[in-house]
Design a protein around this ligand. Structure first.
Ligand code: NAP
Length: 284
């Protein structure tokens, strides 16, 4: 069996074409206005700065604007909350992205939860998570939502499948598990205290690696014919799963790079366009 490659780069590009058209229509109908994504970068972590820059570039590719806010690493939680509140109240801003992680002294959860639900296009608030888990409308957390979109594009149906998610972080593993549950998978969530991880993974029809350790999940732990989703990204272009040998045995694989990564940014942009359409649609 040769694994189907779940090509996130390709799917993101396809979506950008249709998003650019939607932004153009919106611009024509609203007197030149476009959706605006506000990006907040706290501190000078080079990787975070690169991600924020990539998100701004993706905005421009579909013809919409981004508002880059750069704050010093020394900022206090309260001042960050005030900044977010201003953006919540700014009618020209349709989506707010707070780049994770913020410096350790900041209460990141409080900052995420300050983002109003209608502008939570990165899907990071507790309210959004709760609504999504209950099957109510909310913007999905960008990385897991991007994974769901990628699986849907390749018509991979999760109904009745056993999905094993390794990782339970608020921005990845937890929302991933809830989304797969919503899609009628039977879900196992594994984490650093899980006993006998291998035996859980051995039963996975769908495995999601969201651990943050290079090639931590070994190919030999994964059964033939599984769908393999690798959310990890490490220097040298490797993920959290040892993908090499799985090209011959898996049903489908997300490549690293070019699988999950492009879908994350694409989902953020798509959800900002949706938010812009809702807000600007009301003013037409
Ligand atoms: P994280 O916050 O560090 O969470 C890692 C998770 O892995 C935790 O839940 C942790 O368990 C679990 N874990 C750690 N060691 C383990 C072990 N030995 N056995 C089983 N589970 C273990 O990381 P994250 O933000 O979720 O990111 C995970 C990966 O996804 C990273 O490689 C990151 O680079 C990547 N990522 C990619 C994108 C993208 O757009 N492509 C976006 C975000 C993240 P505990 O909860 O018990 O500590």
């Amino acid at each position: 069996m040769t694994a189907l490659i779940l090509d996130g780069k390709h799917v993101a590009k396809l979506t950008e074409t249709s998003l650019a058209e939607r932004v153009m229509v919106l611009r024509e109908r609203s007197g030149g206005r476009t959706p605006v994504l506000a990006t907040i970068l706290v501190g000078e972590d080079p990787a975070s700065a690169t991600y924020v820059k990539m998100k701004g570039n993706a905005c421009r590719r579909v013809g919409m604007e981004s508002l880059a806010i750069e704050l010093p690493a020394t900022i206090k939680t309260n001042d960050l909350l005030r900044q977010i509140e201003e953006l919540n109240n700014n009618p020209d801003v349709h989506g707010i992205l707070l780049q994770h992680p913020v410096p350790a002294h900041i209460d990141e959860r409080a900052a995420f939860d300050m983002i109003s639900l209608d502008k939570d296009v990165d899907g990071v608030t507790c309210l959004g998570f709760g609504r999504m888990s209950m099957g109510e409308s909310a913007y999905g957390c960008a990385t897991p939502q991007g994974i769901m979109r990628l699986l849907a594009h390749y018509e991979i149906d999760l109904t009745g499948k056993h999905a094993v998610v390794v990782g339970r972080s608020p921005i990845l593993g937890k929302p991933m598990a809830m989304m797969m549950l919503q899609a009628n998978a039977t879900v196992t969530i594994c984490h650093s205290r899980t006993q006998d991880l291998k035996s859980h993974i051995a039963h996975a029809d769908v495995i999601v690696g969201a651990v943050g350790r290079p090639e931590f999940i070994k190919a030999e732990w994964i059964k033939d014919g599984a769908v393999v989703v690798d959310a990890g990204y490490h220097p040298g272009g490797i993920g959290d799963i040892e993908l090499g040998p799985l090209h011959e045995r898996a049903q489908a694989i997300t490549p690293v790079p070019g699988g999950v990564g492009p879908m994350t940014i694409n989902t953020l942009i798509q959800q900002t366009v949706e938010s812009g359409e809702k807000a600007l649609g009301q003013t037409l």
